[in-house]
Ligand binder design. Sequence first.
Ligand SMILES: C[S@@+](CC[C@H](N)C(=O)[O-])C[C@H]1O[C@@H](n2cnc3c(N)ncnc32)[C@H](O)[C@@H]1O
Length: 293
Amino acid sequence: MSETFRAAWQRALYGPDGFYRRERPSAHFRTSVHASADFGHAIARLAGLVGLDQVVDIGAGSGELGKVLRTEGLQVLDIELDDELPERLTGLVIANEWLDNVPCEVVEWDEDGVPHYLSADLTPGDVVEGNDLDWLQMWWPGEPGDRAEVGTTRDAAWQDVVRRLTDGAVAIAIDYGHVNSTRPPYGTLTGFRSGQECAPEPDGTCDITAHVALDSLGGTIVSQRDALRALGLSATRPPLELAQTDPMRYLSELSSAGEAAELLDPSGLGAFGWVWTATGAETVRRASRALSA
Ligand SMILES: C[S@@+](CC[C@H](N)C(=O)[O-])C[C@H]1O[C@@H](n2cnc3c(N)ncnc32)[C@H](O)[C@@H]1O
């Protein structure tokens, strides 16, 4: 069997010369933590509402989120490629745009409706079987000519986080994704290089990503727009009179409103899903109240 796209993707991002061994995410794409410190302030507010004072940031990149959270007095543990995930996770666990970078199999259905794994050059190879086939049948049934990204590796990565949660902890995977009713028929596999979308060449020169099947992760899904609004973020512009009475404050509030608008944009970052899981009845209740509009 030739190397599947997942294996090539794994090597291209995380192998010895892999993209993430050399590159800083912010040089190639913009996440919510790059868009505004208000994203971090909202996470800090969530931690406060749930009664947690520690945050674990999985796939922390250059640690931008942690920098904001520490200014709010939270203890932060950044987890990156060479770090071991602690056996027990306490506090609030955040994984912002991590799972979309967990390599997964890419498959295509042939003219008889049989799904095949795609190889490193995106040509069809072996017939899909086992857990991957079960997953497709349950979460992403396709038709001849369709393409899909199999969520088994993302589900396993997230379940490995959730099983480590101690009583009273909360874990949230934040990512772009889809659910059963919104699966894209040709998948979403793509690349990013220096801020531009590009072909997903598994050669280590670009980021490779695919949207996450949010519903198969397990947990409660809320859109980023709803979650951040529930946490008090608002894109309302300051009143124009403030420009006369306090121009500096007006400019600062205008700039915050612009950043909030980017985080809440229903066709951009606001459409991201927050998939959350909490342990312990009281924590579930608090998280549910904090994240509900
Ligand atoms: C798209 S970046 C997101 C960075 C940051 N969370 C942000 O929002 O800007 C994904 C990050 O996940 C990291 N990553 C991927 N697999 C990982 C793993 N198994 N353990 C820890 N970090 C991982 C990558 O190195 C990369 O920095």
